[in-house]
Ligand binder design. Structure first.
Ligand code: CMP
Length: 154
């Protein structure tokens, strides 16, 4: 059995290996490790649904996810990216207080994410320039702006 302290140290070590967070001082990483939660998803689970409102930021600890998006002129959402350990998603709805811009689906054999809620994201992570400068090229791809959709918070 691991103690809470061992788990905390493991989480800090992992957070330090996440490229987005690599320049943060240890006290900030420790604060993130204090507030994060660990969530598991099975293959095929929609971790995020395009068009939903959202309050959670995700960092992948284990496994791989597929990002899909509705593209003008196509009936079914198209795969636009795969993300794996050390990569993150779910920041856009938190930065702009807008709807989720894509689906994020767990791939086999399942995914473990470290999750941070909106409040902690705002105070500890949301100011990082990498996030603000990120451009996924949605307009060039013909992504449809989703204004409605599910009101389940994800
Ligand atoms: P958000 O809009 O909150 O929820 C869906 C997430 O998918 C989004 O934040 C991004 O983190 C991620 N995402 C959207 N578009 C792309 C893309 N083109 N490449 C990688 N990730 C994306």
């Amino acid at each position: 059995m691991k103690t809470g302290l061992q788990r905390q140290e493991e989480n800090i070590k992992f957070l330090r290996s996440v490229p987005l967070l690599q320049n943060l001082p240890t006290d900030k990483l420790a604060k993130i490790a204090d507030v994060l939660e660990v969530d598991f998803y099975h293959e095929g689970d929609f971790i995020i649904r395009e068009g939903a409102v959202g309050d959670t930021f995700f960092i992948i600890n284990k496994g791989e996810v597929q990002v899909t998006q509705k593209i003008a002129g196509f009936d079914d959402p198209k795969e636009i990216r795969r993300l794996d350990r050390g990569q993150y998603f779910g920041e856009k709805a938190l930065l702009s207080e807008d709807r989720r811009t894509a689906n994020v689906i767990a791939l086999a054999p399942g995914v473990e994410c470290l999750t941070v809620d909106r409040e902690s994201f705002n105070s500890l992570i949301g100011d990082l320039n990498e996030l603000k400068e990120k451009d996924y090229g949605d307009e060039a791809r013909g992504a449809q702006r989703t204004s409605g959709g599910s009101d389940t918070r994800q």
